[in-house]
Design a protein around this ligand. Sequence first.
Ligand code: NOJ
Length: 533
Amino acid sequence: MPDDSDQWWKEGVLYQIYPRSFADSDGDGVGDLRGVIDRLDHLAWLGVDGIWLNPLTTSPDADWGYDVSDYTAVQPVLGTLADVDELIAAAGERKIKVLLDLVPNHTSIEHPWFVESRSSRANPKRDWYVWADPKPDGSPPNNWQSSFGGSTWTLDEATGQYYLHNFLAEQPDLNWWNEEVRDEFDRILRFWFDRGVAGFRIDVVHMVVKDALLRDNPPATDDDHWMVQLTGQRQVYNGNRPEVHDVIRRWRAVADSYDPPRILVGETHVFDTDAMLSFYGAGDELNLAFNFLLLHARFEADALRKIVETTLAAIPGDSWPVWTGGNHDMYRFPSRWADGDPAKTRCALMMLLTLPGSVFLYYGDELGMPDTEVAKDRLEDPVGKRLYPVYGRDPERTPMPWSPGPGGGFTAPGVEPWLPLGNIAACNVQDQRRDPDSVLSLCRDLIALRAAVPDLRAGRYTLQAADGGVWAWRRGDRIVVALNVGDAPAGVEVGHGMVRISTRRDRDGERVAGSLKLEPGEGAIVWLDEPPS
Ligand code: NOJ
């Protein structure tokens, strides 16, 4: 494993846990912190270096924890502050660091700050949120559209002004031009860092600062990424303001004042490489910025390669990329990228674990867990309820399948989990642990190889010419990764060497002399006998 140095997050493997869905220790159908503690041995066995937990703080759960009502208290259904302390200590014993989720863009509508803020125009907390007068005809102050649909503005009848919410009306946006808000979040960061939290994933970090003049967003154009076109407008004024960098630098200074320094990982949900990379600053902003271009890419050799190479070519100085195949807002990659094809699922895991940069796995990725269909009457995601059956986030949030029996090892037998279990007979930890050919065994072996071979963690990336459909690259001098992402057999010239891990496993240890042929969806890591001349 990467060592205890300040740089652990660069070469390590991080793992995202959706706490409500990981492991339920008390049989109420909802995952909790004690459940995570109970399952740390699985993560240590897998070879994980750090975990990121989705929000643990108190919330009325309009958006499952992303509507915070107290930033320093733990949501009772998940556990207590003492459980967080115990989790950090127990993870630390296994050399696993703990990252939490920070939600600075907005609070819950029930947060006492907002309750005060809306109580009167003269309240000292009024300016902690973004309030604006209606237009003369009573309509919202501008044209901003919420990422969850509809206007970003809701009228507060009692005080006659609109408040801003880039997401649900239950998630009012904080006013980051206000110095007291900034000071308060410095305190929140320190509260958790002092308890031993290794860093934060920061929710919608690019959106935090809004245009001071509240100017209208321009319309999206045909040239924009399809994700931008979805809202019909470019979000250049209700977020993505240049002043957000001051805020991030301020957080980074707090994180860097700790020994070892804490890290900041941003949900930089932007669709332009330069914009994404700007969040690294001059090495004084985010440590890692999630790459949503890759997440939203088609699983095709050229599409993936271009995104990775554009990122690597443009990433500033000492900054470090990060890759992930999914999260709690995206359909799972075995469904989204691989469309249920087990070979492509394995190929995608090999890609994620061998690209230059950090990697985040989402719980269940190690099993090749696909999306779970969630019936209309079981939906829990507010967006899924609005947009059913077109889109929703419940399919990727269903419980971790630990074993094939009743309750799936997630909850007690006979208890109905908060979201339905998927096909646990086909996909569970217990069975896959026993099977050397399973996705879980492949994933663990890939992580172990990455830990053992410095070039797989930090070696330079060099593209290797290959047949269409194949994406192949060298890491350092002697490792070649070749993935046939296409739908026909294809090959790549690699020289002489040996297959260290193949996604099929029956080729592990096979000698290669010249060309390596790959079936559709097959990937291989080849150790060259000699560096190419
Ligand atoms: C991004 C989070 O990942 C998502 O789950 C949430 O709904 C929005 N931000 C709003 O907080």
